[in-house]
Design a protein around this ligand. Structure first.
Ligand code: DAH
Length: 324
């Protein structure tokens, strides 16, 4: 009996070491450890073992059972390990594809516009989105009672500060620190309490421009804006200057761009920096003059790419963003 058990052990181990997959392992388990397997039939013969040999045969029976269970478990684990290792480096699986990232269309337009102005000698500056009433209004010649303040009025914070309603604030920040000659361009977000629709958003982007020096004339403004428009929209581009009112410039104009498809469309406001603004930042308006302009980035992006609804820029729909 003891010898038969040991033979069973050696046979089982030998066969098991040859088992190449989980299917074969399962067959061997049935063959050796199944209810009608080889081990069970040996165990059934315990009754025939003479009483004197019984203790040893019983010990051996238990030992072989434990050993067999262990080696089966081990073999099974080795298959599981092999399967997961194979999974990790399965070169027949399709690879993970990372979509190349891209720049948001508004960022694209801001970069393209600022690059053109950089080539014209303007430096790009940044200003805060949280501003003071002084910088957003008073310093720009918009006193508290002034009616034009209504259309610019904006979101106020509890500390009396506000979200800037125009990038013209950056003109003030630059002129409070630096002296002419100044040539800057300032892109950024602005905020207004406008109801959202196809052409309005409570948050949008502007690019502000400012040039202050001795002898800067309105014709310089025209020359710079025309150079920009031809570079950005194409050599055949035409601009139209319409007289307008802005508190911080005098004279002021709204500027339209012509396209075959849409006719004239307003793209920016501009003018000669108001003497009150220059005086406020202690620049002598008798000595220095300047021009300023502010354009709406979404407007320009919509015109350039034929986008019909401003909300598309902010909804983060990948199908839209992918096209740029
Ligand atoms: N800040 C004006 C707006 O938000 C745009 C503007 C007009 C800016 C004339 C200027 C300017 O610098 O000179 O509507």
């Amino acid at each position: 009996m003891v010898e038969d058990l040991r033979k069973l052990e050696t046979d089982a181990k030998a066969e098991l070491s040859q088992a190449a997959d989980a299917g074969i392992l399962q067959e061997l388990r049935i063959k050796y450890l199944g209810r009608k397997g080889l081990f069970a039939s040996l165990a059934a013969r315990m009754g025939e073992v003479p009483a004197s040999e019984k203790p040893e045969a019983g010990r051996e029976l238990n030992r072989v059972k434990r050993v067999l269970e262990d080696v089966f478990k081990e073999k099974e684990a080795s298959f599981l390990g092999a399967v997961s290792a194979a999974k990790a480096i399965d070169t027949t699986m399709p690879g993970t594809f990372f979509e190349p990232g891209r720049v948001h269309p508004l960022t694209r337009v801001i970069l393209d516009i600022t690059r053109i102005f950089e080539r014209l000698g303007f430096s790009v500056v940044d200003g805060p989105e949280v501003e003071t009433e002084h910088t957003n209004f008073e310093a720009l010649n918009i006193p508290l009672h002034h009616p034009s303040r209504d259309s610019f009025d904006t979101f106020y914070l509890e500390n009396g500060k506000l979200l800037r309603s125009q990038t013209s604030t950056v003109q003030i920040r630059v002129m409070e620190k630096a002296r002419p000659p100044l040539k800057i361009i300032a892109p950024g977000k602005v905020f207004r309490p406008d109801a959202t629709d196809a052409t309005h958003s409570f948050m949008f982007h502007q690019i502000e421009g400012l040039m202050v020096d001795e002898g800067v004339r309105f014709s310089d403004l025209k020359g710079v804006l025309l150079a920009f428009a031809k570079e950005f929209f194409g050599a055949k581009t035409k601009l139209r200057f319409r007289p307008h009112f802005f508190p911080f410039t005098e004279p002021s104009a709204e500027i339209d761009i012509y396209s075959e498809k849409r006719g004239w469309l307003e793209i920016l406001g501009a003018g000669m920096v108001h003497p009150n603004v220059l005086r406020g930042v202690k620049i002598d308006p008798e000595k220095y003059t300047g021009f300023a302009f502010g354009m709406g980035v979404e407007r320009i992006a919509m015109l350039k790419y034929g986008v019909e609804d401003i909300r598309l820029f902010f909804e983060n729909d990948i199908r839209f963003l992918k096209q740029f």
